[in-house]
Design a protein around this ligand. Structure first.
Ligand SMILES: [Zn+2]
Length: 126
């Protein structure tokens, strides 16, 4: 078990706008150690009951970006809590999220994940 990942994807009237990743608990080995509890917050429009949540490309990019940060937090392997997960140099903190954002538009990823909600078929290359 690596830790716990939580996601809160849909907008609500009381919710702050935007999208972000954060940690309720960071992961580290010091002392008895700690497993990370990481969450992603988004503000996607909630679909009507029984319907799929369809995301625009920009929304999907945000989802992949924040999930890149979440994996950074989940896969951390450090001794000290002060350098756990995304608590790294500013020039490195965006690397996992940028990689994930990039992979969204890689054809092999699109073919596997960008499937039509009704037919289950991949998006046409055009
Ligand atoms: Zn970011």
């Amino acid at each position: 078990e690596r830790g716990l990942f939580l996601a809160d994807y849909f907008a609500r009237p009381s919710k702050r706008s935007g999208a972000w990743m954060s940690a309720l608990k960071s992961g580290y080995k010091l002392g008895h150690g700690s497993k990370p509890v990481i969450y992603n917050i988004m503000n996607f429009a909630k679909p009507p009951e029984g319907e799929a949540a369809l995301l625009s490309v920009d929304e999907a990019k945000t989802l992949f970006h924040e999930f890149g940060h979440a994996l950074h937090g989940m896969l951390t392997e450090v001794t000290w809590p002060s350098v756990s997960g995304t608590s790294v140099s500013r020039d490195f903190v965006e690397l996992p999220s940028q990689l994930y954002e990039h992979w969204l538009t890689v054809p092999a990823v699109l073919e596997k994940h960008a499937l039509h909600v009704k037919t289950g078929k991949p998006m046409s290359k055009a």
